[in-house]
Design a protein around this ligand. Structure first.
Ligand code: CA
Ligand code: CA
Length: 543
């Protein structure tokens, strides 16, 4: 039998487990189940990165938001847009296959924060992706031919799927978007072979469930807690970590109580969807502080002992460190300006609410830090084990906040807040690339973004580089030790995507998808209109 197992059955569970240690390929969202987005590759390093050059660019023929993380396996790169999946040669950029996704026209008025897709998962000869109209599908890796397609939710209620599935312990796991639409969040498990629905975990607790007493009446039914980003996985503990978003409506007085499990991280068994532990960052959250970007799994020395932790730069402005075996809170410190809470009580794990937070909840018109887009938005940070720092694009802005009366209408925003966008600081940068110590929240260095803040992800490498991109389109490499910019190249549109690196034939490549959009295109200032739209994949290597 073994001799018959060809590439069609590769990307086994073991390959996925080893992904972060095999720099020749990128098999998972997060460049490893630990989400560290770290590659040991160092052919491109602080000394020679100035000689980096684009080697190819590929047009995605799509002018929407480009937030796809490329997957690279066995000499093929897989990239998604909202309406297509493409397979490319990662060395030449030549298209191998392209499959279109058909979507109903009325789906486009619904998707809250950009028309987009964040990438694929691969496993045993199949490719898995989600679609904006809330379906999950499997395709043949070699041809892109559709193998199965399953409906996860009714998109007409405002639910959408935008993120890469996670394959853990042989199960395809997906989340759902739509927390602004009075929906009820959930996480699904699917059989990779057939698409059979295996389990569903609702992220707002019903009255007869554990945590059900944290919601008045039937408020859990429109209670939000969307699950719109990909989780992380610790195969040794067999725990999947998945983040949840805001409560619905935003107005917290419409749902008095902690509202489990909004704005939380859930640790679950991938086979069954059983909840093993949870930690809630923002009980009864009024501020749209989604905790959907679950963070990184890191083994850190704390008090002389190596601890297996999960560290998250939460949208609420605090950097958290949790023991990922049991959810014990080890540290929580602000990494940006915060005024809704004075601190996080390490004993109870709960925020100590500020005076300004009390005023907000009483209906006064106040200015809240961080803003609705958070101290950091959805794009992930990366980890460099040699510096022990987390590299994240952080945001320096507030928002005017005042409660209003929530009114539910199917397929429309259900906020209960007088929403007036964000407030930019007058004499300070609007955002930074920050090198954060997870235990203190303090930045060792920050590189200010000169124009718009960046919503791009970061990539860390053994060459002591941090790769990221600007909303205005510049792709760049920064010295991980001091924040000095060492390389910059203007791509054809704004960058809001996630760089990856891999090595083929002894050569290191770095790839990023360019294409403006996303939440910042909705909230940014007039300078964003100077950035041309249009998605393309850019790949760089040394001369
Ligand atoms: Ca790998
Ligand atoms: Ca939200």
């Amino acid at each position: 039998m073994a001799a018959l197992i060809g590439s069609a059955q590769a990307q086994s569970a073991d390959d996925l487990k080893r992904d972060s240690a095999t720099p020749g390929d990128v098999l998972t969202y997060g460049m490893g189940y630990n989400n560290q987005r770290y590659s040991p590759l160092k052919q491109i390093n602080t000394k020679n990165v100035g000689k980096l050059r684009p080697v190819w660019a590929y047009s995605l023929n799509n002018s929407q938001s480009q937030e796809s993380q490329p997957i690279v396996y066995n000499g093929v790169m897989y990239v998604t847009t909202h309406n297509s999946t493409v397979a490319l040669n990662p060395v030449s950029g030549k298209q191998i296959w392209k499959q279109d996704i058909e979507l109903p026209q009325d789906v486009f008025k619904m998707a809250c924060c950009g028309i987009l897709n964040r990438g694929v998962a691969i496993y045993e000869g199949k490719l898995f992706r989600s679609t904006l109209d809330a379906h999950v599908m499997a395709m043949d890796l070699k041809t892109g031919k559709q193998l199965w397609k399953m409906k996860a939710a009714d998109y007409q209620n405002g639910q959408a799927m935008t993120s890469a599935p996670l394959i853990a312990n042989g199960v395809v796991i997906t989340g759902i978007a739509g927390g602004e639409y009075g929906t009820r969040g959930f996480i699904d498990g699917w059989d990779p072979e057939t698409g059979k629905h295996l389990w569903k975990f609702y992220t707002t607790a019903a009255p007869d469930q554990k945590g059900g007493d944290t919601w008045p009446g039937d408020t859990h039914e429109k209670g939000g807690a969307p699950t719109w980003l990909t989780g992380a996985y610790d195969p040794d503990l067999d725990l999947v970590y998945w983040g949840t978003g805001n409560g619905g409506p935003w107005n917290p007085n419409a749902r008095k109580g902690d509202n489990l499990y909004i704005a939380s991280v859930l640790a679950m068994r991938p086979k069954t969807g059983e909840l093993v532990w949870h930690y809630q960052f923002s009980p009864n959250d009024p501020y749209d502080y989604d905790a959907t970007e679950v963070g990184m799994l890191v083994d850190m020395k704390i008090g002389g002992k190596t601890r297996k932790v999960l560290t998250q730069a939460n949208r609420n402005g605090f950097m958290y460190v949790l023991d990922r075996a049991n959810g014990e809170l080890l540290a929580a410190n602000p990494y940006v300006k915060v005024n809704w809470a004075d601190s996080i009580d390490l004993k109870t794990g709960r925020p100590v609410h500020s005076e300004i937070d009390k005023k907000a909840r009483a209906g006064e018109d106040v200015e809240i830090f961080p803003s609705v887009v958070g101290g950091k938005n959805w794009t992930p940070m990366s980890w460099n084990p040699s510096t022990g720092l987390a590299y994240a694009n952080t945001l320096n802005m507030s928002w005017p906040y005042q409660l209003a009366k929530p009114e539910y209408k199917k397929g429309e925003w259900y906020l209960g807040v007088n929403f007036r966008g964000v407030t930019m600081p007058k004499d300070e940068p609007h955002g930074y690339l920050s090198a954060i110590d997870p235990m203190t929240g303090k930045s060792k260095w920050q590189m200010a973004w000169p124009a718009q803040p960046s919503m791009a992800g970061t990539l860390s490498t053994g060459g002591d580089l941090v790769f990221t991109g600007a909303a205005t389109g510049e792709f760049m490499a920064v010295d991980a030790r001091n924040g000095k910019k060492l390389y910059e190249f203007l791509t054809s549109s704004g960058i809001i995507g996630l760089p990856v690196t891999y090595e083929i034939g002894g050569k290191q490549y770095v790839t990023v998808v360019s294409g403006s959009g996303g939440v910042w295109a909705l909230l940014g200032d007039e300078r964003m209109s100077q950035v041309p739209a249009g998605g393309s994949v850019w790949t760089f290597a040394l001369d």
